[in-house]
Design a binder for this molecule. Structure first.
Ligand code: GTP
Ligand code: SPV
Ligand code: MN
Length: 612
């Protein structure tokens, strides 16, 4: 029996506004669930939903980690699906050449038959949530409707979800509607029932955004950014549109606080593409004495100019949806320690004693595991035991490194912005932008080797401007123009911009730089630069350290490492410049003139380096 409008109205909490109840009713009439359930965010509710998910077989309780569960997804639903992600703006040029565009009316016409009856036999969960601290000025509200308990329990960790958010919406605050279905109804239109599976999803997937009406509709996937709609769909794709219209920034950036030996405090944001080290840097344990890093956010930053004209950042999320493989006591002890309770693990391996394991967690793999597909696994199996995009979901405040300011609704003032990516060659360990506009050019031209965070060819080099390629909700060239406008408003209060690359390799393919905790050394140099404590060398990509100024004390780097880390080959950079010109051409006359000016200046520096 599908739920009817009267039942929905009677079942709605008193705090629910009429417009919200009406929207829920409309979606329920379309998707035809058995029941509608309004999430209140309580622990009692969490425990009940966990128990249901365990009973259905989707959640495997982990004895070693209280309140923690392992979930195995369908092998065909393991990452964001960029090819199925659409920006449905009225005009195609407003989506731009880097997004898949669809006409909003046509997309709705495609989606409605898919959503029709898509929740038959299931419960529709109403998830009111806040991105950012509840009631904060920079924070924004949303409501996700979903037929997945997995999504509810993940959203409960990743956002401030429940009665408080519902109350703010009831008071008339702005909210964004987001509808999600796994697209696996348990009952067909004729009333025939089928059994559920542990990871329901649909072969057909649509992750759609309507920037003008500010709606999100997601069909067919239960995984990560495809399904936890507060994250990429709202906090980046829709929020980037809001930010453009309202003069702020919604970015794919970590936020950290760093304190030096002299007690001075700085805040940084860093934009790195998916699975390129944001979580790791946000929880960095510096290897240089006297430095301390605290975490504000690991994936998304919302930034606005404050009353003192500086740029302030909040983390709109409440949890971490972090890459599991590679997380170890050596690389990221803070993350590993945070995962000892109340964590959802997706697509990692199960040990014989009821714990989890993934590649890189320990040097020696266990002798036997159940892999992420549910099969027996031994070190001889020849395949990874965990999916490369397997993830943990954990409350942010479970990380010991969490900054006391992480929930400050006004945010933290940003001193430095880093842009980075995975580059085996050409891009030096660190270089300082000549000014804001050069920094925007650097951000706009980032390329990075693709990772397993999205479907596609892992390792292939692709442009990922501002690490926003899959997340910008409008034309990327307009987004660049927006960054120039923001810089103009910030003037001399603007953060300093640096480019970093932890991933440079030698000719044998070995990392040149130890990375992780040692990345603090590059940040130390950046902070000394902004304080005017050290000189720098004007180079092709920006200003690079004078040899000896980069603190390598205690590192056992082979002779010649500095030269290799900072090598800037004019021939290779000339090729980069040509590729950049080709890349800009895709955006036609939308490319801000300043980017062409910056490209000319880059070419001039390349020419000067050739002559030197
Ligand atoms: P998303 O959550 O997908 O946006 O990714 P992220 O940027 O937060 O990535 P994360 O910090 O989880 O890092 C992903 C991978 O990069 C892990 O396998 C890390 O081990 C690896 N990694 C992170 N920092 C470094 C580093 O400094 N050097 C090297 N070589 N690898 C690193
Ligand atoms: C990313 O891919 O950048 C992520 C993971 O942070 S997801 O939420 O799946 O987008
Ligand atoms: Mn991300």
């Amino acid at each position: 029996m599908t739920v009817d409008a009267t039942e929905i109205q009677q079942g709605a909490p008193a705090a629910a506004s009429a417009d919200l109840v009406e929207w829920v009713t409309t979606v329920a009439e379309l998707t035809k669930p058995d029941a509608v359930y309004w999430c209140d965010g309580s622990e009692e509710e969490r425990d009940r939903l966990r128990a249901e998910a365990v009973a259905s077989g989707q959640f495997i309780p982990l004895e070693k980690r209280p309140g923690s569960f392992l979930v195995r997804s369908d092998p065909a639903d393991v990452a964001r699906v960029e090819s199925r992600t659409f920006i449905c703006s009225e005009k195609e040029e407003d989506a731009g050449p880097t997004n898949n565009w669809a006409d909003p009316a046509e997309m709705k016409a495609t989606l409605m038959p898919l959503f029709d009856g898509s929740m038959r036999g299931r419960t529709l969960y109403v998830i009111p949530f806040s991105m950012g601290p509840l009631g904060g000025n920079i924070s924004r509200l949303g409501v996700e409707l979903t037929d997945s308990i997995y999504v509810v329990l993940n959203m409960r960790i990743m956002t401030r979800m429940g009665a408080e958010a519902l109350k703010l919406i009831g008071e008339g605050q702005y909210w964004v509607p987001a509808v999600h279905t796994v697209g696996y109804p348990l009952v067909d239109a004729d009333g025939n029932r089928r059994d559920d599976v542990t990871w329901p999803c649909n072969e057909e997937k649509y992750i759609t955004h309507f920037p003008e009406t500010r709606e999100i509709w997601s069909y067919g996937s239960g995984y990560g950014g495809n399904a936890l709609l507060g994250k990429k769909c709202y906090a980046l794709r829709i929020a980037s549109v809001l930010a453009r219209d309202e003069g702020w920034l919604a970015e794919h950036m970590l936020i950290l606080k760093i304190t030096g030996p002299d007690g001075r405090v700085y805040h940084l944001t860093a934009a790195f593409p998916s699975a390129c080290g944001k979580t790791n840097l946000a929880m960095l344990r510096p290897t240089i004495p006297g430095w301390k890093v605290e975490t504000v956010g690991d994936d998304i930053a919302w930034m606005r100019q404050g009353e003192d004209d500086r740029l302030y950042a909040i983390n709109p999320e409440a949890g971490f949806f972090g890459v599991a493989p590679g997380t170890s006591l050596d690389t990221n002890p803070t993350a590993l320690e945070a995962l000892d309770h109340d964590t959802i693990f997706t697509n990692v391996a199960l040990t014989d004693d009821g714990d989890v394991w993934w590649e890189g967690m320990t040097k020696e793999p266990p002798a036997h595991l159940i892999d992420w597909r549910g099969n027996d696994w031994t070190p001889e199996s020849g395949v990874p035991s965990s999916h490369p995009n397997s993830r943990f979901t954990v409350r942010a405040d479970q990380a010991a490194s969490i900054s006391p300011e992480w929930e400050d609704p006004t945010g933290v003032p940003i001193d430095v912005i880093l842009f980075g990516g995975r580059r085996a060659s050409n891009v030096p360990l660190i270089s300082e932008s000549y000014d804001w506009n050069h920094g925007v050019f650097v951000g706009a031209t980032v390329s990075s080797e693709q990772t397993a965070a999205a479907e596609g060819a892992v390792g292939s080099l692709r442009r990922d401007p501002f690490a926003m390629l899959p997340f910008c909700g409008y034309n990327m060239a307009d987004y660049w123009a927006h960054w120039f406008r923001v810089g103009e408003k910030l003037g001399d209060k603007a953060p300093h911009i640096f480019q970093v690359n932890w991933f440079r390799k030698d000719s044998e393919g070995n990392w040149l730089w130890p990375g992780f905790g040692d990345n603090a050394r590059a940040i130390e140099w950046a902070l000394r630069r902004i304080n005017g404590e050290v000189e720098a060398v004007d180079a092709i990509s920006g200003r690079i350290p004078v040899e000896g100024d980069l603190n390598t004390e205690g590192l056992d780097l082979p002779e010649g490492t500095y030269e290799k880390l900072f090598a800037l080959d004019p021939e290779a950079w000339s090729v980069e410049a040509d590729l950049t010109e080709e890349y800009f051409a895709k955006f036609g006359d939308k490319v801000p003139a300043e980017l062409h000016t910056q490209l000319e200046q880059l070419r001039a520096r390349i020419a000067a380096a050739r002559e030197a």
